[in-house]
Design a protein around this ligand. Structure first.
Ligand code: FES
Length: 177
């Protein structure tokens, strides 16, 4: 899906995104702020994730075209950082740290336990859209390994049982509403 390029070789067309989705303006503004420099890639990815909640193929292609950065490089950067996601997340997100310290202390078992208990594959969202199960390479709290994060709340020295309990609690509240 080639985008029309401006005459100066960069992709900063003033035309609105053909979808009419206003959120693309946030990406445009961010790229403009950084003068469409390739070095702005990480900032632009951040702004995009914040605005859309995830990075779709279309968004990555859009960024690649406008910053004139090869799509493979855009994917490379986006997949390197654990904070980027490629599918819309569920209402609640349970992150299991799979960094070395947490792995050694059993984080794989926690991820598997959550996956089985709530019937959600790792990296995916339940069919009802309520719970996503994602992983991160290191959450920066290795002393508390194994670490999980549920809806932004860090849980150190986690176990299969304690993590299941926490997830059950937020989902129970959900049902009551
Ligand atoms: S490895 Fe899990 S917090 Fe660092």
């Amino acid at each position: 899906m080639a985008k029309k390029q401006s005459s100066n070789g960069k992709g900063q067309s003033k035309a609105p995104h053909p979808s009419g989705d206003e959120r693309y303006k946030v990406i445009d503004r961010t790229m403009k702020r950084f003068k469409y420099e390739k070095d702005a890639l990480l900032e632009v990815l951040h702004a995009t994730q914040e605005t859309f909640g995830f990075l779709s193929d279309d968004l990555l292609i859009y960024i690649s075209n406008h910053l004139q950065v090869p799509l493979s490089q855009v994917y490379g950067v986006a997949t390197f950082y654990h904070l980027f996601t490629f599918e819309p997340l569920g209402k609640h997100n349970c992150i299991i740290c799979t960094g070395t310290a947490c792995h050694v202390k059993g984080s794989a078992s926690i991820a598997e336990a959550i996956s089985q208990k709530f019937n959600v594959p790792i990296g995916k969202t339940t069919e009802d859209g309520l719970l996503s199960l994602t992983t991160a390479r290191c959450l920066g709290s290795c002393g508390l390994a194994p670490v999980t994060v549920l809806d932004g709340e860090v849980h150190g020295k986690a176990t299969d049982e304690s993590t299941i309990e926490r997830v059950e609690r937020v989902l129970a509240n959900e049902v009551k509403v």
